[in-house]
Design a protein around this ligand. Sequence first.
Ligand SMILES: [Fe+2]
Length: 508
Amino acid sequence: MNNKKQETILFVDDEEELLKLADEYFQSKGFKLFTAKNGADAVEILKHEKIDCCFTDLAMPGMNGLELAEYIRQLDNSIPVIVVTGYPSLDSVINTLKNGVVDFLVKPVKFSMLEACLERVLRERQLLIDNIFLKKELEGKLRLRKLNHELTNKVKKLNTLNMIMSNISSIGADSDIFKCVTDLATEITNADESIFYVINDDIKQLFQVALSFGSDRSSDGETVGVVLDDVAELLMEIINDKIPFLVAKNKNVRRLPKKILSFMAVPLKIREKTFGILALYVTTGNIRFDKKDLFYMSFLTMHAASSIENAALYDNIFDNLFSTLYALVQAIEARDPYTRQHSDRVAQISVAIAVGMGCSKEDIDIINFAGRLHDIGKIGVMDKVLLKPGKLTNEEFDMIKKHPVIGANIIGQLGMWDKEQEIIKYHHERFDGTGYPEGLKGDKIPFLARILSVADAFDAMDSDRAYRKRMETEKIMAIINEAAGTQFDPDVVKTFQKIYKDGKILVN
Ligand SMILES: [Fe+2]
């Protein structure tokens, strides 16, 4: 006996004789059979039994076959209903089919025909059920996969954000926040290079302060990486727009060199002022940045910005920025063989004078800092003027005269070095008011600037220049003495002469 024949049939007809014959026939074929004399009885059976197929007459007392078919359709539309009737009209055929009846047999029927019909509808029903089940399973699987995917992404996102937060907030006072930012950026986005630049608004120039290479790239050996000059213009535009910028695939984007395959940059703002910019580059391989990366990088720079604002990091930034700026001064001096080490010596001499004049420890630190950076503004003066060997024209000298103000603006960026800024700004003022940039006179010139002015002049005369050899020390001391009250503060000159005699000024 095959499995299919264990299925349950409901046979509904008001001819009891027919019910009896059907019962015998289908039982003998191995089916389980329920019979009902009318629709109402059939409904009772349907309430309690699991029926796989229903044969029904149309014309019956009480609930007729059509109403029963409708009832079954609403109860479970997978149960096939086959109508067996004596006098079918076209209308009744159409109506039964509308009510979900799957077949229509005309009496008198042979039971073998009923059986064949039954086999067919049960087979179709099984297919339908399998199909629905498969579809549901598939939908379930797809939905599960989607949920899983969403969940994984959410977890990933949370992990990344968490990593950014914990890394940024755990930066110690002795570590470099900019390097930490570029390291994290490289790790999260798989960039080949991440670079952080700080911006100087006054001279519209970027300075690279931190660089990290992706794991596939080595930081040693020759740098084949991105050169600031190639991207500076684009970065400046992004800084002006103050909006994160993404080029997922570089298809000849203006001002973006071809070797950069994918690029993004996020300005770092502190209190609405753009302080720097984080730029990421892909120059090899298949990694391409997307919106998600841009989101992470925006999050990263935002948190880095608030950390930078955090007072606990001020000292750290102070050191970082000082090193960066100092490196710039050294770069400027390195281009001119005559001014090499000038700033260091000016700082040493200034400190010696300041000590001789009884300055506080704080002032001595300030003048030491200012001395080493006092000519940083020369970065804003063109090389052809700065390095010109002969005499300068008035116009060229006017350009040189801008360096104290440019330097003061560079130092003044963060508002951390007010006194240092003043010294740098006024180190070319003269005691009689004929100096620059403002022509300040006497006491109006900050005291430490008056000290630096003497040290600066001494070292200039004590060094070779393109147009003259270094002067004899006695001659220099005479010139400085002569200029007491005109170029220099007489009190400072007095102290300078004294400490020189005491051997505290080292000459070249
Ligand atoms: Fe200067």
